[in-house]
Design a protein around this ligand. Structure first.
Ligand code: M6R
Length: 606
């Protein structure tokens, strides 16, 4: 099996080769920008006077000084890990080398047949130090180098023996080249052309933030391709045949400022505040394109929306948009459950996938299933050039700019805005939808002032010691209740659950006792009266009721977080104070909201 979505791990890899002599420092600095992809351990390998030096350790790369890697070097590779095979130990950290340290490799993904390859290598006398699957790679490359000293060929031949989904970077003391290969896991080349300010060189990374401070010129490595570069030129090849592949250079739109924390203590807060502008960018779509998509939905025999986590909650909200705004039925499925829906797919069906990263394995699997049935795929993604972007028949970008916090915030509102535009186009009222969203952007801009943020910070102080928190909503606020619970759980580790308001009396209300904080997400909509009744039911059982909505509902709410009345765009404004609340609960409980435990930004495991 050459390509599989069964397993892959979630790590960040980064390499540099070029005229700069501080390759070690470059990759360490870049790796700090990839830490959201995994933060169990880190490691660096760099060539100094023809030898490979390796430094690696458990813990976070953010705590490591780049100055430790100042030896003169033009070639380096680095890795930040989210452990799969083997515990979080120094020996299991990447890079891995062969015994004499002449080949070094970093790897993102899983070599599924590593056990049998390892047994074979052990019989041939190779010694292993780690429990990882990755360690077989440098040993296999060494084996291949016995019959030819062509390093790139040795890497290619070794790759042909791997089963699974992976991206690797490799270097060898016998050459000044960086070799990369990709089957599934993301890998992008950053091109630095010789100018007065920038020496010639190439960067290869799992994601753009690693090299954005050096260049915005990129070349995408596709699945089943490898690249070989000595820093002066680069060659793209088919991994199976070795045939050369032509490549375009693309200028990406992200700026360095967008990729950095700036004045904010955490990316999460920065990204929440950026919603003042990011929603406006999301709705700045070509009207003709949105109309074409609406037409495709109208004529499709079944439209399915599939996504994971927060993006799935955007799809759930969209189900209400399509129903209330356009009176059109769509099927919303969690991407990990999509496999069981294949019976309903036809060549005339349409699958809409939504993903911030564009790399989520469950979503890629849903695309694969739709393809096998001949259905068309529309992707709504943030990351241009991501695997989902490239796999889909058609893509709309939400243009949120890089989202670095593990907790997805601005991507959610961008996704909902684009889906709402499509719903309005389906109704034949695209301009009306666009105007509503533009008005909402202005309202959010007014709402997100320092006093507002401080109010929520104080509210967090009141409830931060609580063990449980419940959130209810109805209609399009129901998915926002679920989303609020995800945000609070993942960053503050407080047990939080979201429910449909009407479901309370079917079970969850048994959990309510004196003083339990309950958030009620309300709107000025057709379920407004019902959700206030649910708030009163909670209050009657002793809950401390925090209302989020455009109206102060006395006596139902003990606390009121005011949000603007945004009509159909209410879920976009209601979720923002909940994101802020989750952020402050995390910070006040001493947790790092940008890097919550056990999680990583791109979930490339099924
Ligand atoms: O990159 P994606 O939008 O496809 O990611 C989907 C989920 O993994 C993601 O939304 C996850 O649930 C976030 N950590 C939630 O904040």
């Amino acid at each position: 099996m050459y390509f599989s979505l069964e397993y892959a791990n979630m790590c960040g890899i980064f390499g540099y080769v070029g005229k700069r002599a501080d390759a070690g420092c470059i990759v360490v600095r870049g790796l700090k920008n990839l830490e959201y992809r995994g933060y169990d351990s880190w490691g660096v390998a760099y060539q100094v006077n023809g030898s490979i030096l390796v430094k690696k350790d458990v813990g976070r790369i953010s705590a490591v000084s780049a100055d430790l890697f100042s030896n003169a070097s033009n070639l380096a590779l680095a890795h930040t890990r989210w452990a799969t095979h083997g515990g979080v130990t120094q020996l299991n950290a990447h890079p891995h080398t062969n015994e004499d340290g002449t080949v070094a490799v970093v790897h993102n993904g899983i070599i599924e047949n590593f056990q049998e390859l390892k047994e074979d290598l052990l019989k041939r006398g190779h010694l292993f130090l780690s429990e990882t699957d990755t360690e077989v790679i440098p040993h296999l490359i060494e084996e291949e180098l016995r019959s030819s000293d062509d390093f790139a060929l040795a890497v290619r031949k070794a790759c042909m023996r791997f089963q699974g989904r992976f991206a690797i970077l490799a270097m060898h003391t016998g050459s000044q080249t960086l070799v990369a290969a990709r089957t599934g896991s993301p890998l992008i080349v950053g091109v630095s052309k010789e100018t007065a300010d920038h020496p010639q060189g190439y960067f290869i990374a799992s994601d753009i933030p690693a090299f954005i401070e050096h260049t915005r010129l990129v070349q995408y490595i596709d699945d089943g391709e490898m690249v070989v570069t000595d820093g002066n030129s680069i060659l793209f090849m088919d991994l199976k045949t070795g045939e050369e592949r032509p490549k375009r250079e693309v200028e990406i739109q992200w700026t360095i400022e967008q990729a950095q924390k700036g004045k904010y203590a955490h990316y999460m807060l920065k990204e929440i505040m950026e919603q003042k502008e990011s929603i406006a960018r999301a709705i700045n779509q070509e009207e003709e394109e949105i109309e074409t998509i609406a037409k495709a939905i109208r004529s499709a025999r079944g439209t399915f929306l599939a996504a994971s986590g927060t993006a799935h909650k955007a799809c759930m909200a969209a189900e209400y948009f399509f129903s209330v705004i356009a009176e059109h039925h769509v099927n919303v499925v969690s991407a990990c459950e999509f496999k069981l829906y294949h019976h309903f797919l036809k060549p005339e069906s349409l699958l809409i996938v939504v993903s911030q990263s564009g790399e989520t394995a469950d979503v890629l699997e849903a695309i694969k299933i739709a393809r096998s049935k001949g259905s068309k795929v529309l992707a709504i993604v943030n990351v241009q050039g991501s695997t989902i972007d490239r796999e889909a028949d058609y893509t709309l970008y939400i243009n949120a700019g890089p989202e670095r916090g593990v907790a997805s915030t601005k991507a959610l509102t961008g996704q909902m805005a684009v889906l709402m535009l499509i719903a309005y186009a389906l109704k034949g009222a695209l301009r009306e939808g666009k105007q509503l969203l533009l008005d909402t952007v202005a309202q959010i801009n007014d709402m997100l002032n320092p006093r507002y943020v401080e109010r929520i910070e104080h509210l967090a102080e009141k409830i931060r010691q609580k063990n449980d928190l419940y959130i209810i909503g109805r209609g399009w606020n129901y998915p926002m209740a679920l989303e609020s619970a995800i945000k609070i759980k993942e960053v503050s580790y407080i047990h939080a659950e979201g429910f449909a308001g009407g479901e309370l009396k079917h079970g969850p209300i048994a959990l309510i006792e004196e003083g339990v904080p309950c958030v009620v997400l309300a709107g000025n909509d057709e379920v407004a009266v019902d959700i206030v009744s649910n708030a009163l039911e909670l209050k009657a059982r002793g809950a401390y009721v925090i209302g989020v909505g455009p109206a102060r509902r006395r006596p139902a709410f003990d606390e009121w977080i005011k949000v603007p009345d945004a009509g159909a765009a209410q879920p976009l404004v209601n979720i923002i104070p909940m994101q802020i609340l989750a952020y402050f609960l995390a910070v006040q409980r001493g947790k790092d909201p940008d890097m919550p435990r056990n999680l990583a930004k791109s979930v490339t495991v099924k």
